[in-house]
Design a protein around this ligand. Structure first.
Ligand code: CP
Length: 313
């Protein structure tokens, strides 16, 4: 069976059937011995095109493509003809002429991956766009929860709270789309400045209450590169840091007090601000599994897309 679309542009596009297909395929890859090489993308070339920094997403997509036997190349912005004025779309057309079929795109501008998909014959994957969408992260987060909780049926109805900088987080938006399709009860916990103006979710103004009420806490990075500077959140000032930690941080003491609550963070974390470093290694933390599952989910997406034809797209 194929995914409903021959590309991965938006978390909102993914049907429940797509989600189940991706999770089944990720489990198939996860059940194989670590490092097993598959031939799903043999004779296929994949290009990573990251215009924003990344460690987890970029390297796990590259590793996933290599574990599926693809040839991988990286578009290193600073050393390409982009700096001479060649557009990204012209770059894709040029690389298509060399036989590249997959482009994995991270960009600041929302809509870039859609624009590439509409104007090229390649399989385009959105690897994170501005503060709007990060579909593969939402997928790996959901998969990590299913793996830990046991099944989709058992995950349904669980209460998850997304804590922190919701407004600037593309991970939050992807999780809202995917986790609501899976039947989770979603809430947020953040100060007014980090809330979405049109949010339909209950918001907690203090993490202690959110911890009491929810089964799963997803901590989010404060996106200092996207936030406008406002005095309250100038974390070089001790009083701002203390205020945020008092009200919204998952400190070691708080996490230890609730050993039955599952803890997630998409990374990279601002340790000491939204979460303490010690929390990462607690038995109820899923943070390392999230990173591990990033490879499996991206293998699943690439593999499933290999069966789709862009002519149908
Ligand atoms: N979670 C995530 O997207 O991390 P990177 O920015 O390191 O890829």
């Amino acid at each position: 069976m194929n995914l409903s679309k021959p590309y991965l542009i938006s978390s909102a596009d993914l049907s429940l059937r797509d989600l189940k297909l991706i999770f089944e395929k990720a489990k198939y890859f996860g059940d194989a011995p670590n490092g097993t090489i598959f031939d799903d993308l043999k004779n296929t070339s994949v290009c990573t095109m990251f215009l924003e920094p990344s460690t987890r997403t970029k390297i796990s997509f590259e590793l996933a493509a290599k574990r599926l036997s693809a040839i991988t190349v990286d578009f290193d912005l600073a050393s390409t003809s982009y700096v001479k004025g060649e557009s990204l779309l012209d770059t894709i057309h040029t690389l298509e002429s060399m036989g590249i079929e997959y482009f994995i795109s991270r960009n600041t501008d929302f809509g870039t991956a859609k624009y590439f998909a509409e104007n090229s014959k390649s399989k385009i994957l959105n690897a994170g766009e501005g503060s709007q969408d990060h579909p593969s992260q939402g997928l790996l987060d959901a998969y990590t929860l299913i793996e830990r909780i046991g099944s989709l049926e058992q995950l349904k109805g669980k209460k998850i709270c997304l804590v922190g900088d919701i407004k600037n987080s593309r991970v939050a938006k992807s999780n809202f789309n995917i986790l609501s399709k899976l039947g989770l009860e979603i809430s947020t916990c953040s100060p007014l400045e980090f809330q979405l103006p049109d949010s339909k979710f209950k918001n907690y103004e203090n993490i202690e209450q959110a911890l009491r009420d929810n089964d799963i806490m997803m901590m989010l990075r404060i996106q200092r590169e996207r936030s406008e500077t406002f005095n309250k959140f100038d974390f070089t000032k001790q009083e701002s840091l203390e205020w945020y930690r008092d009200n919204f941080a998952l400190t070691k003491d708080r996490a230890i007090a609730y050993p039955e609550k599952l803890i997630m963070h998409p990374g990279p974390a601002n340790f000491g601000i939204e979460i303490d470093k010690e929390v990462e290694s607690l038995q109820n933390s899923l943070i390392k599994q999230q990173v591990r599952n990033g490879v499996l989910i991206r293998m699943a997406i690439l593999s499933l897309l290999s069966r789709a034809s862009r002519k149908n797209g």
